[in-house]
Design a protein around this ligand. Sequence first.
Ligand code: UD1
Ligand code: PEP
Length: 459
Amino acid sequence: MSEALSSQKSESDVLVVHGGTPLSGALRVRGAKNLVSKAMVAALLGDSPSRLFDVPRIRDVEVVRGLLELHGVRVADGEDGELIFDPANVESANVDEINVHAGSSRIPILLCGPLLHRLGHAFIPDLGGCHIGPRPIDFHLQSLRQFGAQIEKTPQGLALTAPDGLRGTKLELPYPSVGATEQVLLTAVLAEGVTELRNAAVEPEIIDLICVLQKMGAIINVHTSRVIEIEGVPRLKGYVHRPVPDRIEAASWAAAALATGGEVNVIGAEQAAMTTFLNTFRSVGGDFEITDTRPPHDGRPGVEGGIRFWHPGGELKAVALETGVHPGFMTDWQQPLVVALTQARGLSIVHETVYEQRLGYTAALNAMGATIQTYRNCLGNTPCRFGRRNFHHSAVIAGPSKLHAADLVIPDLRAGFSHLIAALAAEGTSRVYGVELINRGYEDFEAKLAALGASVERP
Ligand SMILES: CC(=O)N[C@H]1[C@@H](OP(=O)(O)OP(=O)(O)OC[C@H]2O[C@@H](n3ccc(=O)[nH]c3=O)[C@H](O)[C@@H]2O)O[C@H](CO)[C@@H](O)[C@@H]1O
Ligand SMILES: C=C(OP(=O)(O)O)C(=O)O
């Protein structure tokens, strides 16, 4: 379902949640949604097949797979989450067929560079993704134009051509956008000459995409101070890659453990990309234990690492946090964690600096008994781009609040997961509508909930 359609209550897409039981148990996270989908796009750039392991069964992966197949890429399933991409016969796709995926995901915009390299033209449907601000694509379009692309906005979507090919260029992003950085990487690797990107995003998923591209034959230097330099090469081959684990999913389950007073062992979660989250989790009063992965040795079996998160008892503490680009506190961690902050004693402050409208979901938490007030002001250390404008992008959360059950309609992916956590933490039976949206980023979340002892059912 598109997030645009999510405001209605559909009885066929509702989860009944009997709250009040602490979550307890283990689950495994696979490759990160925000890397896997981009690595799939990168497979278009190779002249031989690519293999990607540990791909989660989530909606964004289905959308990108559909788009690749429409463009002639043969996609096959290997064992246990492996996908194999054969880009030998990349071809133009029918606009109406492409538009079946309109409004489903943000990834289609990243097909621009690879399709321009492979076909000399590209058609991009309207984008989807979470409704957390206007999410313009001006940085993407400006960068593509600098590489030599010509872009026409049509009623069906974007039509691009590159009559003189794509050439390396010097770029500086006005803000370290994840998507625009990926756009530049995926375009520059096969462009003629050198590209220098300043003010680039350096999220772990971007570094992992750089690893994928390097395996394919690209030459990419990441300098300090957000500068990335890419030396274009004439051809790239396929890759074999195991993606970074999903640190957003891992943090979401950690927040669920804290909010319900339980314990969740997230197998596959890695410390390095989560240190900022872990510091905040500890400051709030949560506890965690990290197990490193160990290969089999001397006849002893190996251990798959992970992070076990739990509520150690006693009161949670209020914190002040500000979301930001890496290595800051990820904006995608914000919504799930705020549910736990409703249980902390005192006033917590959240300053959302990445998206201007990512606090709308707090109204539903207030309807369940939380006390959250949102503000237009920047309630943080650093004034952000949204200060003194008409955006409620700061929140004060007064706690602890006893949450009670409610009927909830999921507005988007992470807000949806936060609604779910709130329903699990609340006393009584909630009906959570629109849960299908959660499948866009959380693999098998209903089975995982059941494994953690949650009392949830489809009516
Ligand atoms: C699929 C995926 O990987 N999604 C992630 C990606 O989204 P996405 O790549 O869309 O996010 P960006 O980093 O590009 O957006 C950050 C900010 O830049 C603005 N902006 C962006 C591009 C542009 O052309 N013009 C512009 O103004 C956006 O409106 C937003 O305010 O990074 C976000 C920030 O870590 C995460 O929350 C998303 O989960
Ligand atoms: C904002 C998110 O994703 P997307 O960019 O796909 O909407 C997210 O994963 O929280």
